[in-house]
Design a protein around this ligand. Sequence first.
Ligand code: CS2
Ligand code: MN
Length: 357
Amino acid sequence: MKNMGFRWYGSNSDSISLQDIRQIPGTTQVVGALFDIPVGEVWPEDRIAALKKEVEDAGLKLEVIESVNIHDDIKIGLPTRDKYIENYKQTIRNLAKYGIKVICYNFMPIFDWVRTNLHFKLEDGSTDLAFEHRFVEGDPEDIIRSVQENSNGYVLPGWEPERLAEVRRLFDAYKDVDAKKLTENFKYFLDAIIPVCEECDVRMAIHPDDPPRPLFGLPRIYKNREDMLTIEKLHESRYNGFTICTGSLGENPNNDVPALIREFVKKDRVPFVHARNIKFMGNEGDFHEAAHLSSEGSLDMYEIMKALHDSGFDGYIRPDHGRDIWGENGRPGYGLYDRALGIAYLNGLWEALEKND
Ligand code: CS2
Ligand code: MN
């Protein structure tokens, strides 16, 4: 696929080098970010320029940013949101100057993704991330502690220690924010930034809630097709787009991921795709992540790639999380080997689909 990418955390905080990425066949894009800029602040031009140069010097491209995170004051709807929205607009303008085409972000309160085990052991001895609902019935601080203690010393995206240290204050701040209020605050944000995106030709791609269900009493607004229909109408523009994360949406067995792809790619609302497989355990929506191959999980990755192919998808795609295999002990979910295998497989499916045309 022409815009196959690989998420990278930067030379200071990733054990994987740009050269490693360059050596994965058929990989042209680095999906990057400035992870050390505190959420809400403007991303400085010189830092964006330096990241872009580093990536390009390695023979790769930087056209997708994941993520420019949204300050909680915007999601809560506090008066201070306007300042953070202005900063966000400036970050969009700065990124546009350096050729960024897509910004992946999410609108989840407090937490980004949630897993209850970062080293879930599979039969073959590999490990991956898992979610079992029985572990999220208690205190959210237990989950935070367990994620932090099990991340091999790496900071995981969305789980920055400074932010989570004030989790009690955040829960309090969200107490009057239900799904309706969160949606209104989302519209306020989109109405402000999408005109800037149109001007600068940068497409926003919201990531689904992961897992796609309310957690700890916090609302979730991108869980399924209905939510997608609501979001696209909040601000009608191809710049108000979706990241279709096959794993996150697929974690709800009622979501028909290929059908969602067909519907929203045709409407030109999908600039970015995360391709990942998961395997259900039991009947309560518990799952562990799986190798990308269809036979290893519950999602049909061929049908997913076929849906992309048939609907003329020409956006950016990356494998999402991978397992830890072959003795690798990296940032959980973000090791080199299994994600590279994922790319080889996805590119193989794509070649077959193209040749069958
Ligand atoms: C990613 C998220 O690691 C992951 O699960 O998919 O951290 C993702 O970057 C955000 O939700 C998008 O902002
Ligand atoms: Mn994802």
